[in-house]
Write a protein that binds this ligand. Structure first.
Ligand code: PMP
Length: 389
């Protein structure tokens, strides 16, 4: 039998051992973590909606008429009107013919990729794509070719060499780097090579584009350009679940074929009902997005001036690049000692030698919160002298 204990010990020695922290508060900037007050800069609740009173009230009210459990899968008896209405609202908001609601983004990506490509097909996947896209590629049994991050010329060369059905898969906003995929160039390439473009907009939906409609709208692209887009609802929208938006034909196809949709219990309908409320808040959230933009710009200016290495990102994902796992963990610990919570991100989530603190901003953060983060970073800069930049 494998020596599981030794594997765990090895992880510890490599600085890659992961732990879970216990939270006693809703998701919000001021949290209680393992019994201690901390100011969080590591949640994906970009618009500060995870604990919005209107969405919480919508969930509470919905429970009264939907009950709690999902009951069964969507194709048996679990497809509640609350799910159906949310799908209609999501399709309208994203500007697509139809949308289909999944229980998580992980499942949406696994289900969509494995339904749209199979044995004998080829999937082209950005090297920094999220784990759920990578796992969807594996599940599909298609041939997978990973192209260098956002490298459109490398992808073009690979597409030229390949016959048959082709899928190009990319994050819209890269989850650990915060940069935006070169969608207009990818659209042109996919047209030229008759490839189907699938964009996972987990971190763009709610944040980018007019009214937060996402990366596709951010570039002024349309459903004809990006035929399949996936959005998650546990990040900018602040609730839970995910959706794929596409043509009516494609959604019909996915209802028949996406295994992670067909073989799982529907999400409690009350969450779908609350998500419809949150989606309205996203749409009306220009002030939130503008505030977020100001926080990000100030953070970039001041953290850079202190000598920290940031990444080319204009989104609320603002990683501080450290390099090895120990340096990342040391900075995380020093910030924690000052009441600031930013988790260290290490392999396999990011490539070897690119460990980082993934600082994320929320519209619920105030300028005073940012003062505290910058003050702590300023202290730590001296403590780590040299290794943080
Ligand atoms: N795609 C990306 C790019 C993500 O970052 C994540 C979550 N971290 C997911 C998909 C999965 O979404 P969910 O958390 O809803 O499963």
């Amino acid at each position: 039998m494998r020596d599981f204990r030794a594997e765990l010990e090895q992880r510890r020695q490599d600085g890659l051992y992961r732990t879970r922290r216990v939270v006693d508060t809703p998701q919000q900037p001021d949290m209680v973590v393992d019994g201690q007050g901390m100011l969080s800069f590591c949640s994906n609740d970009y618009l500060g909606l995870a604990n919005h009173p209107e969405a919480v009230a919508a969930a509470r009210n919905a429970l009264g008429d939907t009950g709690l459990g999902g009951g069964a899968s969507h194709l048996i008896c679990g497809h509640h009107r609350a799910h159906h209405e949310l799908e209609t609202a999501l399709a309208r908001f994203a500007g697509y013919e139809e949308a289909m609601f999944f229980s998580t983004g992980y499942m949406a990506n696994m289900g969509v990729i494995s339904a749209l490509a199979g044995r004998g097909d080829t999937i082209f996947s950005d090297r920094l794509n999220h784990a759920s896209l990578i796992d969807g590629c594996i599940l599909s049994r298609a041939r997978v070719r990973r192209y260098p991050h956002s490298d459109v010329s490398a992808l073009a060369a690979m597409l030229v060499e390949t016959d048959g059905h082709k899928l190009v898969v990319t994050d819209g906003v890269f989850s650990m780097d915060g940069d935006v995929a070169p969608l207009p160039e990818l659209v042109a390439l996919c047209r030229e090579h008759d490839a189907l473009l699938v964009v996972d907009d987990a971190h763009g939906f709610g944040c980018l584009g007019p009214q937060g409609r996402g990366s596709v709208a951010h570039f002024g692209l349309s459903p004809e350009d990006v035929p399949v887009v996936i959005g998650t609802l546990g990040k900018g929208v602040g609730t839970s679940g995910a959706f794929v938006a596409s043509s009516a034909l494609m959604v019909d196809y996915l209802v028949q074929k996406a295994r992670t949709y067909i073989y799982t219990t529907a999400m409690p309908p009350a969450v779908a009902r609350a998500t419809s409320t949150s989606l309205r808040l996203v749409e009306q959230g220009d002030d939130r997005r503008a505030h977020l933009g100001r926080l990000v710009a100030r953070f970039r200016r001041e953290a850079r001036a202190m000598g920290y290495t940031l990444m080319p990102s204009e989104t609320p994902i603002q990683p501080i690049l450290l390099g090895d796992a120990w340096s990342a963990m040391a900075l995380s610990r020093e910030l924690e000692a000052r009441g600031i919570w930013v988790t260290a991100i290490r392999p396999p989530t990011v490539p070897e030698g690119e460990c980082r603190l993934r600082v994320t901003f929320s519209a619920a953060h105030t300028e005073a919160h940012l003062d505290r983060l910058l003050g702590a970073l300023s202290d730590c800069r001296q403590l780590l002298s040299g290794s943080a930049a």
